[in-house]
Design a protein around this ligand. Sequence first.
Ligand SMILES: Nc1ncnc2c1ncn2[C@@H]1O[C@H](COP(=O)(O)OP(=O)(O)O)[C@@H](O)[C@H]1O
Ligand SMILES: Cc1ncc(COP(=O)(O)O)c(N)n1
Length: 520
Amino acid sequence: MSSAPIPRVLSIAGTDPSGGAGIQADLKSIAANGGYGMAAVTALVAQNTHGVRSIHVPPVAFLREQLDAVSDDVEIDAVKIGMLGTTQIVRTVESWLIEVRPPIVVLDPVMVATSGDRLLDAEAEAALAGMLPLVDLVTPNLAELAVLAGLAGSAHPRSVPPGSAHPSSAPARDWAGALAQARRVSERWNVIVLVKGGHLGTDASPDALVDGATLVEFPGVRVDTRNTHGTGCSLSSAMATLQARNHDWAASLRQAKAWLTESLLRSEELHVGSGNGPVHHFAGLYARAGLSDAETEISAATTPAQITGDWWDAIAGIRDGIDALPFVTGLADGTLERDDFLAYLAQDALYLRDYARVLARASQLAPTSEEQAFWATSASGSILGELELHREWLGGEPGATFEAHPVTTAYLNHLAAAGAGTSYPVLVAALLPCFWLYQDAGERLHTRSHPGHPYASWLDTYADPAFRMATDRAIAIVGRAAASAPTAERDAMRRAFSESARHELAFFAMFPEAPDKPSE
Ligand SMILES: Nc1ncnc2c1ncn2[C@@H]1O[C@H](COP(=O)(O)OP(=O)(O)O)[C@@H](O)[C@H]1O
Ligand SMILES: Cc1ncc(COP(=O)(O)O)c(N)n1
């Protein structure tokens, strides 16, 4: 697999010359999350960390020219929409969206700035709600959510006469109230709502994704800082960028929140203005590039489970890829040719023999006797597994000569390289995908077993609770090692983990051997 392409993300928003919110924040946020940022300006806002002084709206025809100049030339992977200001601007962006149909659209329905200044005409609120059917994800704060929920209650958002009071809901005072409003908005306009609990005034800062009746909640820790200018802008553009990579909203939110929390924690390092300062968009990158010296507090703010959870989310594409492979679907429905199955088992036996040696190396490097025993037991299990495969399925002597497929060799070389180093954390991170991806795919595969299934006895082995426990244990060990590792080593762990995951995918993809590249 080649590396993921860099998403081209367009921000359509207002400006903040002090650099903390609006388009300036969006561009930093897109770049910090691995995207190529572009920007079309809706309104020029004279503002700083204390608030808005005045707003200048250029002719809307010129906004349309900016948008066309980008879309006539550049393939856009995601759009983030921020401050729109007036009904005319809303309509202009809406008609451009209808023509261009960007694949991902995130709308931060900016109405009022953190400072309390209005950034959207009151009469434009209904028009803004009217564009929601063109949007994939909307990211209102609690006040904005209440306005949208009020409009969701009316017969048709555009039936509300401009300037008239619409049946607005009061901002939710508790989390349950916010979720109920979000559900109304989601169902009314068929849009996913990212509910932000940052304004609830509690110690927690929860967020949630609401997609009709489906709810996924993300607990968050409130960072004690005044530097929250532009958090909404930054989060929404991070979401647009990460979604273009992940195609999984929950994974994107988990990553975006971890990044934003780190950027809030480090915001004190910036000395910008004397009001509500900006977040430090590049805090993590600076730390990892050696451009800043404090790094340990951030590690401390991240739990082992969050780290391994983030790694797992980042390989969502690989997991989907495994599930879709002809080998896996054929194994599930029993249509896999026996020769292909046996060819796979022969490679698996070869793999397990050397994997056991690398597990033994982890046992050698383990810092505690408990972990030493865990890896030694796993090594023993792996080599016994190899013997069993030969006896049961391959009908040969252990060590019988199968030729290693280049894919098997490549995976084993990667593991051997991790084992040849001296970093226990990197080694165990490289070993983890073999536990985790196998366990994960196996959990689904074993449900497909039935008495007449040609591979029933193989599928049944996937249900082994001992392997599940071993996988949980391996995840916990790796998470703990990562949480206490210096940043550079933790990055090397993440790379070793995702590299092994890519090898896992290639391993499952080996058979049946395709004569031609399958069409997309
Ligand atoms: N002090 C804080 N600590 C942690 N997260 C915060 C803090 N302030 C805001 N956030 C997070 O930043 C994101 C944007 O939040 P919010 O303040 O609601 O947006 P807006 O800028 O649109 O008002 C949310 O995910 C929220 O949880
Ligand atoms: C141009 C522009 N767009 C949006 C915001 C909202 O900022 P916040 O995220 O602090 O609510 C802002 N202050 N300026």
